[in-house]
Design a protein around this ligand. Sequence first.
Ligand code: HEC
Length: 161
Amino acid sequence: MRRRTWIAGAVAVAMALSVFAGSGVASAQEDHSGAIKARIAYMQLNGFFMGQLAAIAKGQVPYEPAQATGVAKSLLALSTMDAGAMWPPGSDNQAVPGKTRALPEIWTTFPAVMEKANALTVALEAMVVAAGTDLASLQGAFGPVGAGCGGCHRSFRAEKF
Ligand code: HEC
């Protein structure tokens, strides 16, 4: 009984939202600010861990296998999480100017962006092994990881907000 009421309430809200959308005013469904915020935060995590890995690769931080492996695994975890919900259609930099650097090509050429994402995952899998081996291996695996990030940015990220 209580559940029925809840469902009826949800339907009423959904109908109200669709009426709102039909009026041409930006609806709650079209507000992608949460997803945009989340994916920028996600990319900042990528940037943070890449900075740590770069410092190890450059010898600015002493190489320590367990720590280096932890950093590599963190990047791999980010790369393999299901991040799809952070990239809803209609959240590109044309649709939402000034808020995101995501280019429309992410959606218009889909699944090309997934090939870039997968290339990074492959490079990170190699990095997890290399990071636990020795510094020279880590340094050798670093280029492909950087290329994995940059390859996607070149095709799918605008220069500026
Ligand atoms: C599959 C594509 C893709 C891959 C792979 C990728 N990025 Fe990004 N990155 C993007 C896009 C698109 C944006 C813009 C997001 C937005 O503004 O909504 C972005 C934004 C960023 C930003 C800017 C965040 C801000 O503060 O505005 C940083 C930093 C970043 N990425 C770091 C990285 C690092 C480091 C890697 C690799 C470990 C990486 N990215 C891998 C697509 C990618």
